[in-house]
Write a protein that binds this ligand. Structure first.
Ligand SMILES: Nc1ncnc2c1ncn2[C@@H]1O[C@H](COP(=O)(O)OP(=O)(O)OP(=O)(O)O)[C@@H](O)[C@H]1O
Length: 225
């Protein structure tokens, strides 16, 4: 589905992950783990850029518009599917069909509240579910998420991860919860000390073995010549 070959990832002259090689297959559920600041988001954004047309991205920043309603924030995820005219009219006076679609997605995400409610009035976990709803509304085959369940209680996190898996062919998530990753993903990639430190089938791994591959990020960045 996607290969990264001998690629330096970073920002301008600052290389965070030098010489990365990675192949991702369709229909996989992949968790990207590793210590804070090591480059997981950097890698995920690179993967998203390679596959943007088939992918919905649920980023850490979420990008929700506080002053807009749940409906409008979710509807924004589907803008690319429709004409400018349809989008303009629907944003002012929502049509029945998208309202019903978004209502179903919100119910699946256990967001049981009026769609007219402003996002600024929601809790952190509710906001995260609006961001997930917007991603699901994009109806793309690939889901990429950066800690997309981190603000939810663990049981809800598992329920919604299962929903995300049912709704997409491939799922790639950056996670800090290694137990969630081991129990619910096929493949685990650990980024550590500037490289892919581990890339293995989740069934072959244990928490103790995973933790051996966690090395705190080197503060001095690699530089391009
Ligand atoms: N826009 C940016 N410009 C320059 N450096 C950045 C930028 N974004 C992140 N970095 C740096 O890149 C490194 C990796 O950041 P990244 O967000 O990929 O890490 P992470 O593993 O996802 O961290 P966390 O688990 O804490 O979210 C960090 O040292 C960070 O300071």
């Amino acid at each position: 589905m996607l290969t990264v070959v001998d690629t330096d990832l970073g920002y301008g002259q600052k290389i965070i992950l030098p010489n990365i090689n990675l192949a991702l297959n369709a229909n996989e559920h992949v968790a990207i783990l590793g210590p804070s600041g090591v480059g997981k988001t950097t890698l995920l954004h690179h993967l998203y850029q390679q596959l943007a047309e088939q992918t919905c991205l649920c980023s850490q920043a979420q990008g929700l518009v506080d002053n807009l309603s749940i409906f409008h924030n979710v509807f924004i995820g589907g803008l690319a599917r429709h004409s400018r005219w349809y989008n303009m009219v629907n944003l002012l006076l929502p049509f029945t069909q998208p309202q019903q679609q978004i209502s179903v997605i919100c119910q699946q995400l256990e967001l049981n509240m009026p769609l007219q409610k402003k996002v600024s009035e929601l809790s952190g976990g509710q906001r995260q579910r609006v961001a997930l709803a917007r991603a699901l509304f994009q109806q793309q085959p690939v889901f990429m998420g950066d800690e997309p369940f981190s603000a939810l209680d663990p049981l809800m996190g598992v329920r919604l991860l299962n929903l995300v898996k049912q709704s997409h062919q491939s799922v790639i998530c950056v996670l800090h919860d290694a137990e969630l990753a081991l129990a619910h993903f096929d493949r685990i990639i650990v980024i550590s000390a500037g490289k892919v430190a581990l890339d293995a089938n989740a069934k072959q791994l244990t928490l103790a073995y995973l933790s051996q591959h966690y090395v705190v990020a080197d503060e001095s960045p690699h530089r391009a010549n």
